[in-house]
Write a protein that binds this ligand. Structure first.
Ligand code: CP
Ligand code: NVA
Length: 300
C-alpha cells in the first residue's frame, strides 16, 4: 500500500489485511513483545485543524514502532504563509519517510501524494476520515466477531465520517443506513456507489434507519470549520440524536460508536453515551493499533 488517501482506494482484502495487522500489533503491545518495525523512520504530521486522538495515536504509534514523529502545525510551517503544497511535498519527501496530514480540502491530500515521493496518510479532511473508520471496523469486528452482515446506522450530519463509514461499511459487506436532515446528506457520488454495490439507504426517518441496527454511529452536528453554522445546525439537527427511543428499535445487543469528541445532549444523550462508554473508548484505543498498522503497511 503506497498511500492512505481515502477508503475508496483500498480493496476489501487490503482493509482486512490492515485490521489483521492492527490485531497483531495490539497483541504484541499487550504482551510486551517488541515491535519496532519502523526503526529509524520519521513521520511528519501536518495539522491544519485541532486533534487529540489522531495526533497522539500517530505520535505514540511511531515511537512504539521504533521511529519518530514530528508535529508540524500549519501555523508554523511556510504552508501557512502560502508556500504551495506542491513544493512542500517535494521538500518534505527529501527529509521524511511519510506524511500524515489533517486539512480541509481532500485535493490538498491528493496533491501531496501526486507531488511527493513518500507515503501520504489522510488524518481527516472535510471529505473523509479513513483512519477513524479503520479503527471503527476493527472495533466492530472485536465486539461482533465479524463485520459482514451487520447493519450499521449513522445518525446525523452527512459529513466526512458519514462518507467514510458508508465506503468502509459497504466494502466490508455491512448493510448501511443513514438518517440525516434534507440538505445534509453524505456525498452524492458515494451514496450512488453504495446503492450500486451493497445494501444502502438514506432517509430523514431516524427510527426507520435505526431499525434492527447492530451498530449505531453518530458524530458532531458541526464539524471543524463549520463553527459559524453551529447555532443554526443545533436547530436543524435537534431530532438527529442517539437516545433511548433510537436504541429501542435497534437490535438488543446493538453497540454504539462515536469517533469523538462527543457533545452530550446533542448528537447523543449522556445516558446512552455512558451505557456504551466501553465500546466508545475501545474504539478510541483502537485508533492507536490501526494507525500503527497503516504506518507499517505504508512505510514498512
Ligand atoms: N476522532 C478523531 O479523529 O479525533 P481527533 O480530532 O481528536 O483526532
Ligand atoms: N466530523 C468531525 C470529525 C472529528 C473527528 C469533524 O470533522 O470535525
Amino acid at each position: 500500500m503506497k498511500h492512505l488517501l481515502k477508503l475508496q482506494d483500498l480493496s476489501k482484502e487490503e482493509i482486512t489485511s490492515i485490521l489483521n495487522m492492527a490485531d497483531q500489533l495490539k497483541y504484541e503491545k499487550k504482551h510486551g513483545i517488541e515491535h519496532k518495525r519502523l526503526a529509524g523512520k520519521s513521520l511528519g504530521m501536518i495539522f491544519q485543524k485541532s486533534s487529540t486522538r489522531t495526533r497522539v495515536s500517530f505520535e505514540v504509534g511511531m515511537y512504539e514502532l521504533g521511529g519518530q514523529a514530528l508535529f508540524l502545525s500549519s501555523n508554523d510551517l511556510q504552508i501557512g504563509r502560502g508556500e504551495p503544497v506542491e513544493d512542500t511535498a517535494r521538500v518534505l519527501s527529501r527529509y521524511l519517510d511519510g506524511i500524515m496530514i489533517r486539512t480541509y480540502k481532500q485535493e490538498e491530500v491528493e496533491k501531496l501524494a501526486e507531488y511527493g515521493s513518500i507515503p501520504i496518510i489522510n488524518g481527516l479532511t472535510d471529505y473523509c476520515h479513513p483512519c477513524q473508520v479503520l479503527a471503527d471496523l476493527m472495533t466492530i469486528r472485536e465486539y461482533k466477531g465479524a463485520i459482514k452482515g451487520n447493519k450499521l446506522t449513522y445518525i446525523g450530519d452527512g459529513n466526512n465520517m458519514a462518507n467514510s463509514l458508508i465506503v468502509g461499511g459497504i466494502k466490508m459487506g455491512m448493510k448501511v443506513s443513514v438518517a440525516c436532515p434534507k440538505g445534509y446528506e453524505p456525498d452524492a457520488d458515494i451514496m450512488k456507489w453504495a446503492a450500486e454495490n451493497g445494501e444502502f439507504e438514506c432517509t430523514e426517518d431516524i427510527l426507520k434507519a435505526a431499525k434492527d441496527a447492530d451498530v449505531l454511529y453518530t458524530d458532531v452536528w458541526a464539524s471543524m470549520g463549520q463553527e459559524a453554522e453551529a447555532a443554526q445546525r443545533k436547530e436543524i439537527f435537534v431530532k438527529y440524536q442517539i437516545n433511548d427511543e433510537v436504541m429501542a428499535v435497534a437490535k438488543k445487543d446493538a453497540m454504539v460508536q462515536h469517533c469523538l469528541p462527543a457533545h452530550r445532549g446533542e448528537e447523543i444523550t449522556a445516558k446512552v453515551f455512558e451505557e456504551h462508554a466501553d465500546e466508545i473508548f475501545d474504539e478510541a484505543e483502537n485508533r492507536l493499533h490501526v494507525q500503527k498498522a497503516v504506518l507499517v503497511k505504508c512505510m514498512g
